[in-house]
Structures are given as C-alpha cells and as structure tokens.
Design a protein around this ligand. Structure first.
Ligand code: PLP
Length: 382
C-alpha cells in the first residue's frame, strides 16, 4: 500500500518547529509531485509539508512518486447534495467557497474573480478556517470544558465562539471599542463571554490583557496572531481551493489581491500560488494612514507570516471611502454585497491595473466577508 491516509500520522504536526518544512512544501508544489518515504513517522517535516498543501494521502515506500492529484490535493469538494451530518461537516464538506467571475471591468485586460469567503457557515467569513484548525488541534491536548479566548476585530470571535462550543469548550472574546456591533453581540448569542475595551485603539492592543488573563490561569489563549494553525488552515483551505479552482476553471492565473489582519489568509494564498508559479503577483491592501477599515491594518503594525516567509508582494494604499466605493461598484455590477476589506482589495487591484502594473489575465480577489454586516458604516458614507 504505497499511498496511506495522512490522518494516521497527524500526531507529529505539533512537534515540527519553525518554517523549514515549508521549503519542502514549496518543492512539492513546484514539481507537482511528491516522492515516497519508507517511514513517515521518522520524517515529521515531510508529513507536515504534505498535510499543509492539502494532501489526504502520503506516499509510503521506496523509489516511487505521486502527483498532487493522486495525493488528493485536488479533492476540495465534498457534498454535491448539500446534506451534512453535523455543523462541522457543513464547514468541512461544504467547500470550496465559490470563485465567481465579476462583471466589473478593470483596465489593461485584468479579469476579476471574487473568492467569496462569506460562504463559511459560522462567522460568514474567512475566519472560520483558522478557528476550526486551531480548536480541532487544541482538542488533542486541552480538556473539554476549558475556557478558550482571544483578541479579535469581530469575525474570529464569532467563529471561535461557535467552534469552541462544538468541541465542548467555553469561549471568551476581547474586542476594541471601535469593533462593529455584530462582533460584540453575536458571540453572546453563541454563549461566549464578551469583553470590550473602549480604550484599546485596535485589536492587537488587547493582547497584553489576554496574555495576563492566560497567565493568571483560567484562560487558554489561542492567539490567532501567532498560532501557525491559522496560516496552515489557509494553506490547506483558501489557497489550495484557489489553486484547484483556477486549474479546473481554465483561468490564466496572473495574480491575487487581498487584505491583512493577522496576515494568515493572504500569506498562505500568496505562498501557495507562488510555490506553484513564482510569476503569480500578490497585491496587498494597505489602509491609508489614519484610515480605519474593519478587520485589517497596515503591514508595518507587525504581522508574523507576511514578514517571515518568502513571499513577493506589492502594497496599494486604500482609504475607507475608496473601499466603500468599490463595494458599491461590485454591488452595482454583480449584485453581490461584499464587505469593506473585500472592497479595499478590489480597489487595490484596480489601482495597480490602472497604473499599468499588471499583465492581462485572471486575478483572484479574496473577499473575507459580506457587506450585510456593515450597514451602519456604509450608510454614513453612501
Ligand atoms: N477582513 C476581515 C473582514 C476580517 O475580519 C479579517 C480578519 O479578522 C481580515 C480581513 C484579515 O484576515 P487575516 O487575519 O487572515 O489577515
């Protein structure tokens, strides 16, 4: 049996330290194939590299090699009938999230595709993915009934509150005063405790308090900002889906665009796709100085993965007004109500296209959530 289920080897995941396994992952993606190993337990970095790119099989043996397709990397869909045995099954098999060709015209032959992350079931956002990966890994070592928590701008708090409960944990979320109402209210509906700090200028400013509560006992801090399960969830999920969807959909993928909070999802998307093809461009949104766009921040405010990993990217400055303007443009061309961080990413791509910096072809914008959550913000600017 040269192909074994990778699920039998996952206990090694947490023993792999550092990022060197990502070089192996990059090599496998670039070659489009992985060689066999005689004993995967002796090669934890290899197991992790294959797991993170989304392989469901691991090749065990000598002198053989298997393609990404044979390793199950292309198996991104699960439930054509849309019947699910549980809410977690809905998250896992209700995939991929849609990739839609937008009708919005951008200059220079740039064809826009939207990856709609509000199709995730718990927080209606991209943040379900790290919440499920983080909590499911935690469940291998943390007792049921424990209290888990984190600082969040809104979406991760909702995802964490939902997923923690499904795994038998209690949740507490910490938000800055400026967070949107949905982020402060919906975790309570999900049975979580909510702490709002009106003094905290942004989410990262809450971290010292969360860490203090973790040190003084009673709280397991899941730390979405530094927990590699965040980045890895997006490698296996968001990034792999874009890779497979663009191949199957016949796209000439030239680039991606998106926004940064923890930098988890866009670091993974850029790393994965540039591993397959180093020519893929990554355009990242930089909220203009003093602009406040929900869920995202400037790269110089300090982020782990985008700064640590070998990723080639360019930044485009976008104001809140421009982000909402792009929400309106997409709404009026496609009938789709995307959130402000998605609007900012569309605007960033449009700016680069307008400056003649992008070659013609297909570009994917990751839309982290839906505009339905931001009615109060939109009505002030429309
Ligand atoms: N957009 C929205 C609406 C978000 O809630 C977040 C994160 O919370 C992001 C973008 C940024 O995502 P990431 O933390 O993966 O960088």
């Amino acid at each position: 049996m040269p192909l074994a289920d990778i699920s039998g080897y996952l206990e090694v995941l947490d023993s792999v330290r550092g990022f060197s396994y990502l070089e192996t992952a990059r090599g496998v993606l670039r070659r489009g194939a992985a060689g066999c190993v005689s004993n995967p337990r002796e090669k934890p970095g290899y197991v992790k590299a294959l797991y993170v790119i989304g392989a469901v099989k691991i090749p065990v043996g000598e002198g053989c090699s298997y393609t990404l397709e044979e390793l199950g990397v292309y198996d991104i869909g699960g439930a054509p009938d849309m019947v699910f045995s549980s809410p977690l099954d809905l998250f896992t098999r209700g995939k991929p999230t849609p990739l839609v060709r937008s009708r919005l015209q951008l200059p220079g032959g740039v064809r826009l595709w939207l990856k709609l992350e509000w199709y995730n079931p718990f927080s209606l956002s991209v943040k379900d993915r790290p919440a499920v990966e983080i909590v499911s890994r935690l469940s291998r070592r943390v007792e049921k009934g424990s209290l888990v928590g984190d600082a969040t701008s809104s979406n991760f708090g909702i995802a964490l509150s939902a997923v923690a409960r499904l795994y038998g944990y209690k949740a507490r979320v910490y938000l800055p005063g400026a967070a949107e109402d949905f982020g402060k209210t919906l975790p309570r509906l999900l049975g979580a405790e909510v702490i709002v700090d009106p003094e905290a200028p942004s989410t990262v400013h809450l971290l010292p308090r969360v860490m203090k509560d973790a040190r003084s006992g009673g709280l397991v801090h899941v730390n979405q900002f530094y927990n590699d399960a965040n980045f890895e969830a997006h490698m296996r999920g968001t990034a792999r889906e874009i890779f497979v969807q663009s191949r199957r959909g016949g796209l000439r993928l030239k680039g991606v665009s998106g926004s940064l909070g923890t930098s988890g999802h866009m670091s993974a998307v850029a790393f994965y796709l540039q591993s397959v093809d180093p020519g893929v461009k990554a355009v990242l949104v930089q909220p203009a100085k003093d602009a406040s766009i929900p869920g995202i921040r400037r790269v110089e405010t300090g982020m782990l993965w985008i700064n640590m990993l070998d990723i080639d990217y360019s930044l485009a400055e976008v104001t809140l007004e421009e982000a909402v303007e792009a929400m309106a443009e997409v709404a009026r061309s496609d009938g789709l109500i995307i959130g402000p961080s998605g609007g900012a990413a569309v605007k960033a791509l449009a700016k680069k296209a307008g400056e003649g910096e992008l070659e013609p072809g297909d570009y994917v914008v990751v839309v982290p959530d839906t505009g339905f959550k931001y009615v109060n913000l939109v009505k002030q600017l429309l």
